[in-house]
Design a protein around this ligand. Sequence first.
Ligand SMILES: CC(C)(COP(=O)(O)OP(=O)(O)OC[C@H]1O[C@@H](n2cnc3c(N)ncnc32)[C@H](O)[C@@H]1OP(=O)(O)O)[C@@H](O)C(=O)NCCC(=O)NCCS
Length: 301
Amino acid sequence: MTPTTTVYVIDADGRLGDALQCLLDNYDIEVRAFTDTALFLSSTTASHETSSCLLLVLNSDCERGLKFVEEITLSRPKLPTIVLCDSTDESLRKQYIRLGAIDIVSKSMVDAYIFTRLSATLPGAECLPGTPPSTMQLPDGTAVTFRMIRPEDARIEHDFVIALSDRSRYLRFFSGLRELPSYITRELVDPHFPISYALIATISTEEGERQIGVARYSPTETKRVAEFAVVVADEWQRHGIASQLLRYIVAAATIAGIDRLEGLILHENTPMLKLTDKLGFTISQDVELDGTIVKVIKNLR
Ligand SMILES: CC(C)(COP(=O)(O)OP(=O)(O)OC[C@H]1O[C@@H](n2cnc3c(N)ncnc32)[C@H](O)[C@@H]1OP(=O)(O)O)[C@@H](O)C(=O)NCCC(=O)NCCS
């Protein structure tokens, strides 16, 4: 089958491009890796880029990529570009976004995530470098791991939803339900990339792994438009966990060839409106929703 989506990777050492190729082959997504921007620009044309994207990998100096992004967006204005580096500098992030990049996503977490997924897909794969898990350290020392949800997570997902405050559950599901019916939980823990995808944030406790956040995108009735949602356990909010989860969801949706992410948010949900504004979503003007709900959108291409 001809791949419908191409992920271009510019990566000086080629490691991530090789790994992505191995992973995305499973989903009929083509990966083309280049060692530098000049090579990428001279070897590709804009003609087949309708559902493609570019990952620009920067290993250390995150500012170095600014000039590359400028060059790329000038000659390929329609190609969504995601910068992979480890900067948490908000002003640098804004500069990239101003130049046309979708966002900066943590390079070491993406590396760790992909290599962990690959070792799960290919147990014993000797070619894979050893990488620590995709973990974010909170100021109190807690390690939060980000990983794809899987069917075996039905119990932790169920426990996570039950433990949410009534308010958080209402803001997420727009209803007063306390517990999700098991058939819905089964669906939520079994996304089908590239059509749908979900990531969870977990911590390790004496009782085992505990879910403290989840973000997902799911298909809508419109082709290449997906709906997203995110929720973080009440006691773990305001630590940047939803921001990380949503950045990965945006990156995964871009790689999956999705054109636009949309989310329905209750008008009273100021935290979520602020979060989506911060991540570059805008309020959609073109829909007539009842006045209690706001639709936010992010065009990915
Ligand atoms: C909205 C929600 C997902 C945010 O999760 P979080 O992990 O606390 O978010 P982050 O720590 O990444 O915050 C990112 C930004 O969001 C905004 N924000 C988050 N919580 C906020 C709050 N209580 N008040 C005001 N702004 C807030 C801020 O702009 C924040 O950036 P800052 O910390 O630099 O000011 C969380 O509050 C939640 O789960 N709410 C209930 C469920 C829900 O509303 N889901 C959305 C439906 S799709």
